[in-house]
Each structure stands twice: as structure tokens, then as C-alpha cells.
Design a binder for this molecule. Structure first.
Ligand code: GDP
Ligand code: MN
Length: 361
């Protein structure tokens, strides 16, 4: 689960990462009564679980004369379709330079993947695509308690040495909170030091109860049903439904959709060993989202058998087209079952995603 910024920033602060002073409000009036705690200029930040709030109008600079009105506007807004119920008010940072730092699970190596770039504040995916050399990487076995100094030096390059401490604090958050991703974008320098101007933390859903974290938003009917089946299911704003097995493969499918300029409507991770019945429920659930015009099923057979998956897809009997990529156990049988049933089975996930994007264009 992706935590809201204010939740993530509280955790970052516990681990010593400097964050700008501020507080959470639930109404413009609350801001008015606490305005004195903020300076001459402050930032109002919509607390919604979608990224790219800045571009979507969810991050606004205000001052004591405009604050209440601007907060009112923000509370009436939807950011990428998500209503704003909470706003974080923080002191305005006079930014000298923006950096990017993140730590994620690298599923292929089972290591922590640390990314750092001196060109922060930008869209990291775009930067990694256009100028991969600008993004420095290091992999670290999860057993390590700290990032070794040589690794920090390589990551930082010409960036201030003090950022090394923040990287280690972020790494502690990452490992102790069972995170899939801990990210600071931007990590900034001001005349007063280094600050995490944003905070992002995705905690492994399997660790939520151990971490004492409760879901931070109301569930839709479909989300509730997904929970009942034990699916990880998240709704987005596009038109392509996504079904995968394993968080890594599911995320990779989403990345590819973005790469081909498509937009996912949702994604569902069926988990391990999905049988016909589970696949059928998964397909029906994803298809029940009225914004879904096509579905990509991207599954790797291991314990999951491709023939079971194929039967599950067909028995779901949904109206939208389903484009399938199956690989692994009983792949040929799966293909045979799908052949002639009106479903397209592609050779690779690139082909499947591309076909889905084309189908909705
Ligand atoms: P996101 O768009 O959801 O990632 O939200 P962020 O919290 O990262 O804010 C978006 C952008 O607003 C940042 O990348 C900064 O460039 C800018 N921003 C946020 N807070 C401040 C601030 O205190 N001062 C300045 N100058 N810019 C800020
Ligand atoms: Mn950000």
C-alpha cells in the first residue's frame, strides 16, 4: 500500500530525515486558526494517493492572506479524479537544488536497488529513459544494515556529502518498514540544510498488519471484493485493465503500458498458484470497472498453470477483449484452449501490452 505523503513523512522524520515544518488540516478553517505556525509563505499539498500532484494542481504556494481561500479551492478539487479530504500545510522551502533518491526492491536479484540523481524534481522514469547515465544505481543485499561508504560516494557524485546520511536513514526506513519503495523526490538543499520536500513510501501489503498500518482510504465495492479474494487490486484513471501474478510482473506490465503511451484503468495481482476459479474472479472483477475497455492478462506459469488460466479467462465470459500473455507450465495447452475462443494470446508481454494500447486508441 502506498502511504499518503503525511504518513510517509512522519515515518521519515522518526528516522531522522529532515522534513519541512507543518501540519495536516481537514478544512480551510483549521488552516486559518493555525496560520501563525507557518511563515510568510507556505505550501498546501493535497494528500491523495496519486503521484504527480504538482502538475495536476495539487501543490499550491500560498501566504497568510491567500491561504484560506486557496485551501478552500483545494478541498473542492479532485486530483486525477481523487477527492481531496486532507491537506498538508508546510513551510515554503527556498530551494537551491533538487535531487532524487529512492530505494526499491529489485525482484530479480532480491536486493535493495538504490537510485540517486543530481537532477531531481523531474520525472525519474523520463530521465532514466532519456539520459540513463544521469541516474546512478547501487544494489545492496537486504541483510546489510547500512549502505557502505564507498557505495554512498559513488551514488552521490558531486552532491553534498550530508546527503549520504539521508540515504542511510532512508535505507533504514526501507528495511524496517517492509517497504517496496521509499522515495524522496525532490530531496532539496536550502540555505538551512537538506530537506525531504516530498515523501513516498509503499509498504508491502503482506506486512501491513505487522507494521500496524491500516488502509488509509475508503474502499470501493470492487476493492472490497478484491480484498475478500486476497487479490492486490488498485484502481487508476485509464482504460486498460491489468492482471498479473506477482507484484514485480504486475508493475512491469504497468510500466510497459506507460512506455507505449497507454493508461491503466486498474491492476490486479492474483498472487501465486491462481487456479481457474481465481482467474475467473480476477477477470470479472477487473472487467466490472466501467472504464476498462480492454484487459491485458500477463501471467507467468509456475505453480500457476497456463491451461487453468486460459479456462478461467474463458469462463469469466466478459464483454471486453482480453489480450493474453502466458508463459511457463502447460503453455501450449493454454494456447490451444484460447485459440479459436476469440482471445488473443501473444508471444511476449511487449506484444500483448502494445496490442492492448492499440486496441483502445
Ligand atoms: P508530487 O508532484 O506529487 O511529486 O508532489 P511534490 O511534493 O514533489 O511537489 C511537486 C513539486 O513542487 C516539487 O517537485 C517541487 O519542485 C515543488 N515544491 C514542493 N514543495 C516546495 C517548496 O516548499 N518550495 C519550492 N520552491 N518548491 C516546492
Ligand atoms: Mn514528488
Amino acid at each position: 500500500m502506498k502511504l499518503l505523503e503525511h504518513e510517509a513523512r512522519n515515518i521519515f522524520r522518526e528516522y531522522g530525515i529532515p522534513v519541512p515544518a507543518g501540519f495536516l488540516i481537514r478544512s480551510p478553517g483549521e488552516l486559518a486558526s493555525r496560520m501563525g505556525e507557518l511563515g510568510e509563505r507556505f505550501v498546501l499539498k493535497a494528500q491523495v494517493e496519486v503521484g504527480g500532484r504538482g502538475k495536476a494542481g495539487g501543490i499550491v504556494v500560498a501566504d497568510p492572506t491567500t491561504g484560506e481561500r486557496i485551501a478552500g479551492d483545494l478541498f473542492r478539487k479532485e486530483i486525477k479524479g481523487v477527492p481531496v479530504r486532507e491537506v498538508l500545510a508546510v513551510e515554503y522551502l527556498d530551494i537551491q537544488k533538487e535531487y532524487y533518491a529512492s530505494i526499491a526492491i529489485d525482484r530479480s536479484t532480491k536486493q535493495a536497488l538504490i537510485l540517486f540523481t543530481e537532477e531531481g524534481g523531474v520525472d525519474i522514469e523520463a530521465l532514466a529513459k532519456e539520459r540513463p547515465e544521469a541516474v546512478r544505481r547501487a544494489s545492496l543485499p537486504l541483510l546489510m544494515r547500512d549502505i557502505p561508504p564507498f557505495m554512498i560516494r559513488d551514488l552521490l557524485g558531486a552532491a553534498p556529502k550530508e546527503i549520504g546520511k539521508v540515504l542511510n536513514q532512508l535505507y533504514r526506513v526501507f528495511s524496517e518498514k517492509d517497504a517496496l519503495l521509499a522515495e524522496i523526490n525532490p530531496l532539496v538543499t536550502t540555505s538551512e540544510g537538506i530537506f525531504a520536500a516530498d515523501a513516498k513510501l509503499i509498504v508491502d501489503d503482506n506486512a501491513l498488519s505487522r507494521q500496524g498500518i491500516k488502509l488509509n482510504r475508503d474502499l470501493t465495492d470492487r476493492e472490497r471484493e478484491a480484498e475478500m479474494h486476497g487479490f492486490s487490486y488498485v484502481e487508476l484513471k485509464g482504460d486498460i485493465g491489468v492482471i498479473g501474478n506477482g507484484a514485480g510482473l504486475t508493475m512491469a506490465t504497468l510500466d510497459l503500458i506507460e512506455y507505449y503511451d497507454g493508461k491503466a484503468a486498474n491492476f490486479l495481482d492474483v498472487g501465486g498458484g491462481a487456479d481457474q476459479e481465481r482467474v475467473m474472479h480476477a477477470v470479472r472483477l477487473v472487467a466490472a470497472d466501467p472504464s476498462v475497455n480492454v484487459i491485458v492478462v500477463n501471467l507467468l506459469g509456475g505453480i500457476t498453470r497456463c491451461d487453468e488460466v486460459a479456462r478461467g479467462i474463458i469462463s469469466a465470459g466478459i464483454s471486453q477483449p482480453v489480450i493474453v500473455r502466458l508463459a511457463g507450465t502447460n503453455e501450449a495447452e493454454g494456447r490451444q484452449i484460447l485459440d479459436g475462443s476469440g482471445y488473443r494470446m501473444m508471444e511476449s508481454m511487449e506484444q500483448a501490452v502494445k496490442a492492448a494500447v492499440e486496441a483502445v486508441q
